[in-house]
Design a protein around this ligand. Structure first.
Ligand SMILES: NC(=O)C1=CN([C@@H]2O[C@H](COP(=O)(O)OP(=O)(O)OC[C@H]3O[C@@H](n4cnc5c(N)ncnc54)[C@H](OP(=O)(O)O)[C@@H]3O)[C@@H](O)[C@H]2O)C=CC1
Ligand SMILES: O=C1OC[C@@H](O)[C@H](O)[C@H]1O
Length: 382
């Protein structure tokens, strides 16, 4: 197994970018992991970098035009967390791998599938670990949904659907006015941001996580910042590889800024974040599939025999799953904490409880490319 670390016990992380996701994505989980620590952060602006490091107790700060380069060259950094705008993931991951570091890469892994392939090829060549931080996959609730779906309890999959919608009023609080998500050159767009979660949730729950989905339709709602190239919302349909001769379809609806409804759109919408899988004999729903650690429920709704046989449907049930069935996990562990557990285990040569294979990330990007290509060529990422 790879071993770039010179520290026998602690895996020492450096973060590229004083990013908003840093504290949840790595800093807090590392505090709670006996073998991980954040040793450095790089920020283009020295004052902001110093402030961030002080606030989060990070000993070293690299800044200025060479700051990112200095961080990845630091011999006290074993692993790099790439928390940069999407369009910079590829460049800095490749640089970090070249420098001999393991890399945890924020989602979406890259701007294109080809870039993702290059990352995994280089990681393999160097004997290093590269992982896309698709954190929700690592949570026991996600694993449980997949287990129920694939168990056959409710028969074969008929369709799957994700609704992931953030209302306008909330967008105002969570995104900057000139957020990097609205910049085409930084690989912005709702499908790059929320679409990847949705596509992966469906593929993972139905056991299709290494398959690029065929996109049967895609309709974008333009973002005012760059209406021809940046999608504010996307509705897409897919053909899932059929588990039987039944029609198996999937659908994602993502929206960064859903307007209000009712008279003059004055009535506020609530955020929605739900994965539903419909099977021959019922449905499984995961409410809050992106951040199940905050709150979630799994609703299992059997409907009886689709063939019309005289069977009585089993009772509906609700599950909440914060640890694995065998007790692994911890009190209050977030999706990011579970993810860190897996990343460290992999680097240390232990078998992670859950892993995201390179093909999963590559085919996620292939699917996103197909979504954009279906809409029009100006929003295409390849
Ligand atoms: N896993 C999750 O739950 C989440 C993941 N993400 C992902 O994390 C990544 C970062 O997102 P987020 O933390 O919201 O973003 P932020 O805007 O807070 O951070 C991005 C960082 O990128 C750096 N940067 C370097 N070049 C540029 C540039 N040209 N324009 C803008 N920023 C630049 C900045 O670093 P510097 O400090 O050097 O100025 C900034 O701190 C994205 O890929 C996003 O998809 C985001 C939110 C949640
Ligand atoms: O990763 C993310 O998770 C939640 C979203 O609202 C956000 O845009 C995104 O970057």
């Amino acid at each position: 197994m790879p071993s770039a670390s010179t520290s026998p016990t602690l895996l020492r992380f450096g973060i590229l970018g004083a990013a908003r996701i840093g504290p949840e994505g790595l800093i807090k989980p590392a505090r709670d992991h006996p073998e991980a620590t954040v040793t450095a952060v790089a920020c283009r602006d020295p004052a902001r970098g110093t402030q961030y490091a002080k606030k989060w107790g990070i000993p070293k700060v690299y800044s200025g035009p060479e700051g990112y380069h200095e961080l990845i060259a630091d011999p006290d950094v074993d692993a790099v967390y790439v928390a940069l705008p999407n369009g910079l993931h590829y460049e800095w991951t490749m640089r970090a791998l070249q420098a001999g570091k393991h890399v945890l890469i924020e989602k979406p892994i890259t701007s294109t599938a080809d870039e993702a392939r290059q990352i995994f090829a280089l990681a393999e060549e160097k004997g290093l670990v590269a992982l896309e931080a698709m954190h929700s996959t690592f949570h026991p609730a996600t694993q449980r949904v997949r287990e129920i779906v694939l168990s056959g309890e409710l028969g074969k999959v008929k369709s799957a659907e994700v609704m992931f919608r953030v209302p306008t009023w909330m967008t105002f609080f969570i995104f900057e006015k000139n957020d990097m998500r609205y910049e085409y050159d930084l690989a912005g767009g709702c499908s790059m941001d929320m679409g990847v979660y949705s596509i992966d949730a469906i593929r993972y729950a139905t056991g299709n996580e290494t398959t690029a989905l065929e996109v049967t339709s895609a309709t974008a709602t333009p973002h005012p910042a760059d209406p021809t190239r940046i999608d504010r919302a996307m509705h897409a349909t897919y053909a899932l590889p059929a588990a039987s001769d039944s029609v198996t379809v999937a659908e994602t609806t993502t929206d960064w800024a859903a307007p209000g409804w009712g008279p003059f759109g004055l009535l506020p919408r609530m955020p929605v974040d739900t994965l539903t899988v419909r099977l021959e004999r019922g449905a499984v729903e995961l409410y809050n599939f992106v951040s199940p650690h905050l709150y979630h429920y799994i609703a299992v709704r059997p409907t009886g025999d689709s063939e019309g046989a005289a069977t009585t449907a089993a009772a509906a049930r609700t599950e909440k799953v914060y640890r694995y069935a065998d007790g692994r996990g911890g009190e209050g562990w977030s999706t990011y904490r579970y993810q860190l557990e897996a990343f460290v285990d992999r680097i240390r040569g232990r078998t992670p409880w859950v892993w995201i294979e390179p093909m999963t990330s590559v085919t996620e990007m292939e699917t996103v490319e197909r979504v954009y290509a279906k809409v029009n060529t100006s929003s295409s990422r390849v």
